[in-house]
Design a protein around this ligand. Sequence first.
Ligand code: M6R
Length: 609
Amino acid sequence: MCGIIGYVGKQDIVPILIEGLKKLEYRGYDSAGIAVLNGDEVQIRRVKGKIKILEDSLREEQLKGTYGLGHTRWATHGRPSEENAHPHRDCSHSIVVVHNGIIENYIEIKNTLKAEGHKFVTETDTEVIAHLVEKYYSNSLESAVQKAVKELVGNFAISVVSKNEKDTIVTAKVGPPTVIGLGEGENFISSDLNPLLSYTQEIIFLEDGEMAVITPNSVRFSDFEGNSLEKKAEHITWSPLMVEKQGYKHFMLKEIFEQPQVIRDTLAGRLSLDSGKVFLDEIGVSESTLQTVKRVVIIACGTSYHAGLVGKCFIETLAGVPTDVVYASEYRYEDYILEDNTLAVPVSQSGETADTLAAFKSIVEKNNPSLAVCNVLNSSIGRTADGVLLTHAGPEIGVAATKTFSAQMAALALLSIRLAKVRGAISMEDNIVLMKDLQRIPHKMEEILMRAKEIEKIAQQFVSYSHFLYLGRWVSFPIALEGALKLKEISYIHAEGYPGGEMKHGPIALIDEKMPTMVVIPRDRVYDKMLSNISEIKTRMGYVIAVAFEDDQGILDKVDKVIPIPATNPLFSPFLTTIPLQLFAYYIASIRGADVDQPRNLAKSVTVE
Ligand code: M6R
């Protein structure tokens, strides 16, 4: 995944492109570049590495112009290098392209263009686009781009400028997102909303197969055949403050602390304690479908997959509907038996993850009812589903998902209560109790966050360890997986999440004084079983840290360290148990000096297979 920003207007363009790229940097950060056009001059600056390096280089030698493009890269074709960094140009250096996605037939196109005399200077797939546009350019950039995109196979969001068409950006997409921001005498394009929030809240989302021609005072839309399209602007409510660190050292820490509010926002207006109803009018799946579905299949990757595993516990426990949770990347190549009466629920923060989208599309083709859980408005996955259960987490900038994980669990809790209610699986009394339990979660999260300093102190003791085991059972097993994932991805420490009962079937061989175990042990139906697992570790000299209810005095002499959390309905304990594990991973990574918000090799959402 890469990030694209484009501007056309009267302001000094470089700060707009650089600030925009910084807000998109979570999408990829191995190289970056900008193109600034000024009259007949095309000025390109590209660097290997982060936006900061690009910014420093621009400070030394400034560029001026009125329109241009910026790009931050997550390499797919061609190693990260200055040469392979975008923007890319044609032979005459008059056409400039930035691209997010993959051109699958680029070798074929490249060979044809080479035979026609085009000279290539990079290893990227993107460069073919610049040469294709050059090939088709006579006097209209729009029509040259139109002809070029029809030859491309794969997925792409591209933006193109030419020194021959002043103050004009042409953009087109099939796959990755493109958002157009409308200003006064200026317009913007971007890969997501974040860079635009400081300038405008009037937004138009480009759909697949559409292109736009953007000048300071106009935006025209068409399809790839040249047919004009009318598109309406949407007013979005995200504010610029949401994409600032607001005094926190890292976005991840800020986002961990935002979780109580995120849960409040995701529940807001959706629960009625009087009627016991969960209002999910927007989900696009009728009450009769919810009453009759025989199975739910949750499709997701990474942290969203872990939220799906928690969702499975919610749905099966409350509504009694059998639920499968599948890795999207595996689903595509398995022979999953998808029955007619199965509700498909893709869970994806970005709504753009390529594996999730592809797996989900193969389900949609079979006409199964579907409902997406997404955090980003108008995402590809959301648009593919019958409806969207939107999580109101706001923009998440840290590459490691935290607040969106909690929001996804909240959305799945709402869905499961709704399913339980419409299917008559729970009494009115239990229904109300569950709702109240959910509503109390944000306050309990705040209590845990007030103890962040204590968790930091515990983290300090473990910064130099190289291996961790995370254990949990039932609803805490996904939390063990998620805790281990958080530690791995931001601190580069090896960590394994395991179901507590499975430990004796193998991982127990790893236990010694150098491999601490983080145990997630709320007082729930598997509490005693988990205590036995702890004792198995202790008898093998293992060090145990337990996340346990604060009123659980019994745990104190069974483990080495306890991180207490407020007691809650055990089914909803994942909302609470996850926070100490996020903080533990955060502080270890931060103390080790790791790049917490932009860990190596990762991108916020993975839009390639
Ligand atoms: O946008 P999505 O929720 O579909 O992304 C799925 C995963 O790529 C994502 O959760 C990833 O595992 C994060 N780095 C986890 O912190």
